[in-house]
Write a protein that binds this ligand. Sequence first.
Ligand code: ZN
Length: 437
Amino acid sequence: MMKKSIINSVISGLCLASTSVLANVEVGVRFVVDDALINNWRSEETIRDELERWILETNTMLSDSNIAMSLYSAETVMSNMAADSDESVIFNNMRREINGFNNLENRADEIGADYTIAVVPSLDNGLTGDDRQAYCGIANTVSRNMDEINAVDFMDSTVIVDYDCSTDTFAHELGHVFGLSHGAQVAEALGSTSHNSSYHAYSKGWGRIVSQASVGDSFEDEVRDDGEFGTIMVGNYLQYWSRRNATTFVGIFSNPDVVDIACGENGSAGPCGNALLGNAARSIRDFRTNFAAHATPDVHTLNYSDSNLRACISQTYPYTPGSSLYDINRITSISCTASDIGSIDGLEGITGLHSTIVRPTPGGWPVVEAPFVDLSDNRIVNLDALYQLSPDSTINLQGNNVASCHQLDELEQTHTNLIRPDRCLNIAALISTLALI
Ligand SMILES: [Zn+2]
């Protein structure tokens, strides 16, 4: 989903009405976890904490890569998967929405999960004996056209990650569905150009090979030569020319504008990418709004602190499986009158209320559709959530006689179609009165 981060002032917005807005594209992730990972020494809570850590660490990687995009956890669910480590079986289960992946696409659409991650205890190519090859993770696709970037087919927004392989793999597999390939050094080390296949020529990982034992040779023969490194999209393939460790694995998406000692030689700093052949950061920046637009939450799924507000919104806009009619960016009116609502925290997340739509009509005057919010006859004190509404919005607060006078005064200056209650609550005066007692 796309949304703006909002930090609400805590103290009922006494005089701290305005909210701060961070211009950053946010991408929602939904984890579907094989509950076979829960055992005597690893609780569900441990797993949930670990997956939150993946999100946090990936966000650090993104910001270290100079990419103004971050992930957030839309939902984590434990699921009883018919245990199978074969990646093609798992992807097939996901596509058919069976064996632990029920309602996969509609749920992602409902809550605004742009990407769905299957987290499993074990992953491989489905073969046995010497032919078995274990994987840390696998993406459904390396996105190479706009349909794939936009995940027109839901499966193009899915990856599988082995739980034990952790953040580096999670970030790497997401990189593939973002359009990134492993890059020139991996292609060289393994003698296969398939590792170079990506959206743009620059949508690749980057690294440096000083010397390798032989093309595609066992990593056990490799030692570290000074200057060798690989970025996130090089991933574990780094072991084919250098020992993969904290020194050689550089936890950023390739970016020639990031100059760091980890990417240099002989103790001097060097660029962690190449403008023509290794600029994964640019590629992610190119498409980040596309990634964030895969799925938008239905208005009933936002976090409303007041259960009466939540009930009113759920009744007005009930869950409609597979429909985007009630996505938060398409809601332009809220009518919750006399519903015993005490708090409207959460309402600010309804992005459809943030702007006024001017719709051209054939040959006639354009139609102006300004948001309409009727909250009359409730008991709402704090009006913070209304500041982000389109200035053209009609906001009806009649009968909300406990609304903050100060906030009403402020709102009225920016929102001229505000309908005030007859009375209001002078919180500052109230506090000074209390102080006198
Ligand atoms: Zn890969």
